[in-house]
Design a protein around this ligand. Structure first.
Ligand SMILES: *Cc1c(COP(=O)(O)O)cnc(C)c1O
Length: 476
């Protein structure tokens, strides 16, 4: 592409984006392609000679959108949302255009100083006390890895990075059975090992059993293990399981554990004071992660990682070869020293645009609507004779199961078939999970542009498609 054509194609991309947003609700939510359908449309080898932008853009329009699952669709109710609020998308365009590499203050002064401010804006928005600072990691998985590495280094008196774990007394980390797989992965990567992540059983609501945690720590100490950290879950991925944050933080402190709170999804809702009961006591944690790239509206990737004592994170992750030293700039924040990755995108810009373009009130009203519409939908399904609510709404997430009265077939298989049939239909998109040993269907409201009508469409689609499955009459 000739440099002089940039303006034209950039405008064309903006027009395309606006049209895409305007017509999104007419598309099926989940991609309707089969594996390999898209790959076979792409040339096997790179071109030696340049293609003109007209051809490239036409291929994009022809091949890509139909092969995508539309996360910005107003009826995306699967997994957790991954919102890209339009104003934040514009910030992303600008950040991409500047193309800065934000590893050190001196490589990106405005990005670094805006990041300090945006982390503090979010801290205030969430009602966290002064004293927490932090950084934007790419994902919650990375933030959790940084927290788990800090657990390791702190417990080993900061010798692990240098000496490795050979001959080290085995370190232990505790988390509930329902916590996210990113914690298991952090144990792998940190070298502490999956077997040293102690999964504590949960009560009926999915919260960690504190008595059993206390007993596990005691037994570990007696057996020669070194307890290092505790991961507290707020709004678990499967059905929103939430630990008793205050009680766990109190026990964690008593036991000298480094405490990390994973609120990757639910954290966004904490901008509404009425939902903060869910993580009451969180100010006693050492580290907290939540993803503005999930429910809040920041496009991927943007995970806010708060820490009470950044020195500990920096002591774990700062490395200064000669080529990264910035003489005369000591005492400045270099955010690459707060993360595993060295090169970093300019993530703060999208948070700045997001918070200003909608205001906290605009973001709060979206989240409140999602929560209210989710509760309504759960009530409506509960009132139907052939549906059962298998986990009550936690914020904007609940699970249900199709249980036609008298059905004697395999209900797990029936519900798996129902999820597939719903997603093939395309009006809405849902995913399944295993809850108390049963196959159940998750519903979570969160799309940035969702309207109340979209929840009604969800109700109609679920009921209609379930009943059209016409469970084998002989099984009834
Ligand atoms: C989504 C999620 C994660 C992982 O988030 P990434 O940003 O994709 O790494 C971790 N924990 C919980 C509770 C989540 O919901």
């Amino acid at each position: 592409m000739d440099k002089s054509e940039f303006r034209k194609w950039s405008h064309r991309a903006s027009d395309w984006t606006a049209d895409y947003n305007d017509t999104l609700s007419q598309r099926p939510v989940r991609a309707q392609v089969k594996p390999g359908d898209i790959g076979k449309l792409i040339e096997a080898a790179p071109p030696d000679t340049a293609h003109d932008m007209e051809t490239i853009f036409a291929d994009f329009e022809r091949i890509i959108p139909d092969g995508m699952t539309h996360w910005q669709h107003p009826r995306f109710f699967a997994y957790f949302p991954s919102n890209a609020a339009p104003a934040a998308v514009i910030a992303e365009q600008l950040a991409t255009a500047i193309g800065a590499q934000c590893m050190l203050w001196q490589t990106s002064p405005a990005a670094t100083e805006l990041e300090v401010k945006m982390i503090d804006w979010l801290r205030q928005a969430l009602g966290l006390p002064e004293g927490f600072s932090g950084t934007f990691q790419d994902t919650a998985s990375s933030a959790t890895l940084c927290a788990v590495l800090t657990m390791r280094e702190r417990a080993m008196d900061w010798t692990g990075n240098k000496k490795g774990l050979f001959g080290q007394q085995p370190l232990r980390v505790y988390a509930s059975k329902g916590t996210h797989s990113s914690i298991d992965k952090a144990m792998w990567v940190s070298g502490m090992g999956q077997d040293n992540l102690v999964h504590i059983p949960v009560d009926d609501n999915g919260a960690m059993d504190i008595g059993l945690l206390r007993a596990a720590i005691k037994a570990d100490r007696e057996a020669g293990y070194l307890p290092a950290g505790l991961v507290v879950c707020v709004g678990g991925t499967s059905v929103g399981a939430t630990d008793d944050v205050a009680a766990l933080c109190a026990l964690g402190r008593e036991e000298n554990l480094f405490i990390h709170v994973d609120a990757a999804w639910a954290g966004s809702a904490m901008i509404c004071p009425e939902f903060r009961y869910l993580w009451e006591g969180v100010e006693a944690a050492d580290s907290i992660v939540f993803n503005p790239h999930k429910w809040l509206g920041a496009p991927m990737e943007c995970s806010a990682h708060f820490v009470r004592e950044p020195e500990k994170l920096v002591k774990t992750l700062a490395i200064q070869p000669e080529y990264l030293k910035t003489y005369g700039k000591e005492g400045l924040v270099n955010f690459s020293e707060w993360s595993v990755q060295l090169g970093r995108r300019f993530r703060a810009l999208k948070i700045w645009f997001l918070l200003r373009a909608y205001g906290l009130d605009g973001l709060r009203s979206r989240i409140r609507n999602h929560v209210a519409w989710t509760r309504e939908l759960a009530q409506k399904l509960a009132a139907e004779p052939d549906f059962e609510i298998t986990s009550k709404p936690v914020l904007a997430l609940f699970s249900f199961r199709y249980t036609p009265p008298g059905y004697k077939g395999d209900l797990d298989a029936l519900n798996r078939d129902l999820v597939n049939a719903i997603n093939d239909d395309g009006r809405i998109y849902l995913t399944q999970t295993l809850h108390k040993g049963e196959q159940v269907i998750r519903f979570t409201a969160g799309p940035f542009e969702m309207e109340e009508e979209d929840a009604h469409i969800a109700f109609d689609a679920i009921c209609e498609i379930a009943r059209s499955l016409a469970p084998d009459k002989e099984a009834l």
